[in-house]
Design a protein around this ligand. Structure first.
Ligand SMILES: [Ca+2]
Ligand SMILES: [Ca+2]
Length: 377
């Protein structure tokens, strides 16, 4: 780890060299980019997805006719192709999906009837088959599941009676055992969550008709909750995932369909605006893949309108000003060219204003140098 003082002294001799580099710095677009991937074979929304053994599984969901799906599709990033694997034992939508201890789990959800279920199905990729394991302590639909250190955490959702819940259920796959964790501060369903390290950030959702900006951190080590900076745009049924220590919250609905993409940085407890998703949607899932997030399916209008569309969102790495996927000399050149001033003013993140205070200064330089050489970090 370089110090600020050491970094600054290292940079000063480079300035004349970098000045000549500036002429060929490429134009940059802010906030990350999207690439469309191969379509799903079945249009689905209110689905769930997770990564297992380097493949992405997209599970169940609602079909265009409003019925729940049993089919499960698996994506191979090397071939950009989807294939069907064994069907779920029963059709499910609005469920939690997570992978832990080398197995995929499909938790609760609805069965096409908006009745919350307590079933938990486990997928074994060697056998290409599903088994039923210990049920949730209570039925849940429109909940969200996240795995950390081979345990699965299931937050909120709707139960067998009306009303959003504050529950945290914890699954131990090795012992096939459920337990309850500390309750969320805010009851909600159609919520999303993602983990950074051993902390899970539970974001958005709705307790009824109005979407929330709630951002609450669950510490899996000490079973405590902490309220964090609220999301700028209230939303529910978003796709949420983490890349490089930041959480990206994409799309969603209520009171309107959203294309917004907002990133949360747990280290600074701040939000930033990212490039909107090309096709606004809700009820879809984000799965981390390398330096990006795979965004599969979803409803393209509020209510029922599932799509086969799949996008890869590749966020800009902190300090990667020129967007080439790494933090290097070209980025340092941009920052130094804007040091102390930008044209036009004020400076933006792509100019090197990494802390968002409107100018490019020593703090930004220190941040860039601290991330020098990073890929996806
Ligand atoms: Ca770069
Ligand atoms: Ca700054």
């Amino acid at each position: 780890m370089r110090t600020r003082a050491g970094a600054a002294s290292l940079v000063i001799p480079l300035v004349p060299i970098l000045a000549s580099v500036l002429a060929c710095v490429p134009a940059t677009a802010g906030g990350g980019s999207y690439t469309q991937l191969a379509d799903l074979q079945v249009a689905r929304q209110e689905t769930g997805a997770a990564m297992l053994r380097g493949r992405i599984y997209v599970v169940g969901g609602l079909a265009a006719n409003g019925s729940a799906l049993r089919s499960v599709e698996r994506y191979d990033p090397d071939t950009n192709a989807w294939e069907f694997v064994a069907d779920l034992p029963a059709a499910r939508d609005h469920m939690g999906v997570a992978a832990a201890a080398d197995r995929l789990y499909v938790i609760g959800g609805y069965a096409g009837n908006f009745q919350a279920q307590s079933t938990v199905y486990r997928y074994d990729p060697d056998a290409n088959g599903w088994t039923t394991v210990a049920p949730l302590p209570q039925a849940r639909g429109a909940c969200w599941a996240v795995a950390v250190n081979d345990k699965i955490y299931v937050f909120g959702g709707v139960g067998s009676t009306p009303g959003a819940r504050r529950s945290t259920f914890i699954y131990d796959p090795v012992n096939d055992l459920w337990s309850s964790g500390a309750q969320m501060p805010t009851a909600r369903e159609h919520l999303t969550a993602a983990a950074v390290g051993t902390d899970i950030y539970v974001i958005g959702g709705r307790p009824g008709d109005a979407a929330l900006v709630a951002n609450e951190k669950y510490n899996t080590l000490d079973n405590t909750w902490e309220t964090r900076a609220p999301m700028p745009t209230p939303r529910s049924a978003m796709a949420t995932g983490a890349v490089g220590g930041r959480i990206y919250v994409i799309g969603g609905e209520v009171p309107e369909l959203r294309d917004v993409n907002e990133a949360y940085d747990p280290q600074t407890n701040t939000w930033s605006t990212q490039t909107p998703i090309p096709v606004a949607r809700h009820g879809f899932a984000a799965v981390s893949l390398g330096c990006g997030l795979v965004l599969a399916g979803g409803g393209v209008v509020q209510g029922l309108a599932p799509t086969v569309r799949v996008d890869l969102f590749e966020p800009r790495i902190l300090g990667d000003l020129d967007g080439d996927g790494a933090v290097g000399l070209g980025d340092l050149a941009i920052l130094l060219a804007n040091f102390g001033a930008c044209e036009p003013e004020p400076c933006n993140p792509e100019d090197g204003d990494l802390d968002g205070d409107g100018s490019v200064g020593l703090g930004d330089l220190a941040t860039l140098l601290a991330h020098f050489g990073d890929v996806c970090a």
